[in-house]
Design a protein around this ligand. Structure first.
Ligand code: EPZ
Length: 423
């Protein structure tokens, strides 16, 4: 079974460069389908979610040339409208292709993207919004067909913030007839970046980064080159690693302006954080303190994707603390794994109470999803002794090479294969 072996107990020392943003890259790859020509995407992270998105797009007759972190995408020959179920099943973000494909072909057939262990991950807001733009959706046993003679602009009032639904409706609106308004739109930096990419390709989107987007449909988009910004969640993961293990790190290219809530929470735990255009300098010399009550929220609140990493840091902090998850219904899956290491956590529904301990013990742990898996690696780095985290493939969905990054910061950490011994 693929795994990661970590030998804990060292402080972090050193610097690393933060990779391009997974959650900015995926919708921008989908947006490339709207361009009847070639677009060049730089600083695209080399992770399995991007690999699956590329395969999915190639199955739709896109040609994609990859040279390191740069992708050259040619969507001129966009033909097939049937998304292969193996890729859709593997990668939830395939749903973001729906709006773009409808805008280009008017006809999409796909299976429902799976939920995952953190939650059901429904797509009702996506489908309701598209229906309001003239899309006919025929639901079937395992999926659905979506058809639209033409997409017509309208006013969407989203009942709650959804990053994916906002992205899908933007992609359906840029070539639609007339004006589309999205109220209660997500304000995540990834939405701002998607709108910036589209505007550079000739779209007419106003209000990027605010909760009200106004999109005037245009006839066509033109070719464009774009650089994906650094990943705020990956940067926050290594900031959390410093909170867990202590030490001093420089996170080159960390997008500090997008990390306000995270940096504030780290400072409340006693970290010294120095922001600059070049990146984020973090120093943790004393034992961390428990933060005041922490809860996840849509941007600019504390990101749900760093909840597991901060929970791990809290298990080693002084005092007792509370952490509430308000976005996903099942995102405390790592609690039993941390308890195996000696963490003192009690939880009910979407709230955990943590009583800090002075050390965690290395253990055999099992990752069940991307961000929780990364948090277990941080726990291993901070623990005494050796830790094995199984199911490395979950972590490789979003981190180019977490072992290499942690080794560059002084942690002994390597990919391995783990065989269950029956002795
Ligand atoms: C995006 O997922 C991110 N993924 C997630 O990151 C992130 O955790 C999430 O936004 C919240 O910030 C990508 O960008 C690829 P939502 P998304 O729609 O779009 C419910 C990671 O680790 N909902 O904002 O799927 C939903 O169940 C991943 O990188 C509906 O009920 O999230 C959730 O409870 C994990 N109906 C809440 O809304 C819908 O139609 C927010 O989901 C859509 C969503």
């Amino acid at each position: 079974m693929n795994a990661i072996q970590i030998y804990g107990g060292n402080c972090l020392e050193g610097q690393i460069k933060i990779q391009g943003s997974k959650n900015a890259a995926l919708p921008i790859l989908a947006a490339a389908l709207l361009i009847n020509g070639i677009c060049e995407i730089e600083n695209c992270p080399d992770i399995s979610d991007v690999y699956h998105m590329i395969r999915l797009m190639e199955s739709l007759c896109c040609t994609i040339d990859r040279n390191g972190h740069t992708l050259k995408i040619n969507a001129r020959q966009l033909a097939s409208h049937i998304m292969p179920s193996d890729s859709v099943g593997v990668m939830r973000s395939s749903i973001t292709l729906l709006g773009a494909l409808l805008a280009r072909t008017g006809n999409v057939s796909m299976q429902y993207p799976g939920g995952c262990v953190i939650g059901q991950r429904p797509i009702d807001l996506h489908l309701q919004g598209l229906r309001r733009m003239g899309v006919v959706i025929e639901e079937r046993e395992d999926g659905f067909g979506a058809y639209a003679e033409k997409l017509v602009g309208t006013v969407h009032k989203l009942p709650f913030v959804s990053v994916g639904a906002t992205e899908n409706l933007i992609l359906a609106a840029v070539l639609a007839q007339g004006e589309t308004v999205i109220e209660n739109a997500a304000r995540e930096p990834e939405i701002y970046v998607l709108c910036d990419f589209l505007n550079q390709a000739g779209a007419r989107i106003k209000g990027a980064g605010t909760s009200r987007l106004v999109i005037e449909g245009v006839k066509a988009l033109h070719e464009v080159s774009y650089r994906i910004p650094a990943d705020r969640i990956v940067a926050g993961t290594y900031l959390s690693a410093c909170l867990c293990s202590g030490g001093e790190v420089f996170l080159q290219e960390a997008p500090c302006t997008q990390m306000g809530a995270v940096i504030m929470a780290a400072s409340a735990m006693g970290a010294e954080a120095y922001e600059s255009r070049e990146g984020l300098h973090v120093i943790c010399r004393k034992r961390r303190k428990m933060p005041p009550k922490l809860w996840t929220d849509s941007y600019p609140g504390f990101p749900t994707d760093l909840q597991s990493a901060f929970l791990t840091a809290m298990t080693l902090a002084e005092g007792t603390g509370m952490l509430e998850e308000t976005i996903f219904e099942n995102r405390f899956r790592i609690v039993p794994e941390l308890q195996k290491m000696g963490a003192k956590i009690t939880y009910r529904k979407n709230m955990v109470m943590v009583e800090g301990v002075t050390c965690l013990h290395g253990s055999l742990l099992k990752a069940e999803e991307l961000r929780g898996g990364a948090a277990l690696v941080l726990a291993g780095a901070a623990a005494e002794g050796a830790t094995t985290v199984l199911n490395r493939h979950f972590i490789e969905r979003g981190y180019e090479d977490i072992c290499k990054d942690l080794r560059m910061l002084g942690i002994k950490c390597e990919k391995t294969n783990w065989e269950e011994r029956n002795d």
